[in-house]
Design a protein around this ligand. Structure first.
Ligand code: S6P
Ligand code: ZN
Length: 205
């Protein structure tokens, strides 16, 4: 495409029209404005087996996931997008996962498109309704307004998904940090299973 606009990172910073490469083999986003890395210590208090978590942490604060972010203006009408890459692993029998969050502006939604790997998106709303949807290569997913969301990798390769959400959505991590998700994804008999989280704090916010 012929364009007078600067390419790559310049487009992101200036919020100009652009296209981007998605290296689905690595997987890596070709141009991004920032990169967040989350390690095991960022997931403190989230895994059910606290002793297994402490043992894993003692062996090293391993990288769990990376988010390549094209972060917009923060204004309604603009979009944030990026790529989340979640490595495979387990704490006890619970699969590695993202922290998970509600959007700060609760009535905002999000779309994911999975590029690689196998996993689930665990979702719930503030009334306690829950949903678990499969993530697999070439599979899309819609997170409805008001639903918290967390990626879980149940495979043997990095789970990678492109996301797009309103730039003013923001993150509310506190609600999930304090009450947890209602459902957890664990290995049972060699296969992923959805179980109740006995530590779930209920419909409080
Ligand atoms: C943002 C979007 C993703 C997540 C990312 C990591 O709205 O849902 O960019 O931030 O997948 O998850 P988390 O829960 O650590 O932000
Ligand atoms: Zn989100």
């Amino acid at each position: 495409m012929v364009s007078a606009m600067p390419r790559g990172i310049g487009c992101i910073v200036d919020r100009l029209p652009c296209s981007f490469e998605l290296d689905t083999l690595s997987p890596v986003l070709g141009a991004f404005s920032s990169k967040s890395e989350r390690t095991l210590s960022d997931l403190a208090g989230q895994f059910l087996d606290a002793a297994a978590y402490e043992r894993a942490l003692a062996e090293g604060d391993r990288l769990v996931y990376v988010v390549y972010q094209s972060t917009g203006s923060g204004q309604a009408g603009d979009l944030d997008y990026g790529l989340t890459v979640l490595w495979p692993g387990k704490i006890g029998n619970e699969y590695w996962m993202t922290k998970g969050h509600y959007h700060h502006v609760l009535e905002t939604s999000e779309v994911y498109y999975c590029l690689q790997g196998t996993g689930y998106m665990v979702m719930e709303d503030i009334s306690g309704h829950w949903a678990v949807e499969k993530l697999a290569s070439a599979r899309g997913l819609y997170v409805a307004p008001g639903w918290a969301h967390r990626m879980v990798n149940v495979g043997n390769v990095p789970l990678a998904a492109l996301y797009v959400c309103p730039s003013h959505a923001g993150h509310d991590y506190h609600t999930i940090e304090t009450r947890g998700f209602r459902k957890l994804i664990v290995e049972q008999g060699g296969a992923p299973a959805i179980i109740d989280n006995p530590r779930w704090q209920g419909c409080r916010r």
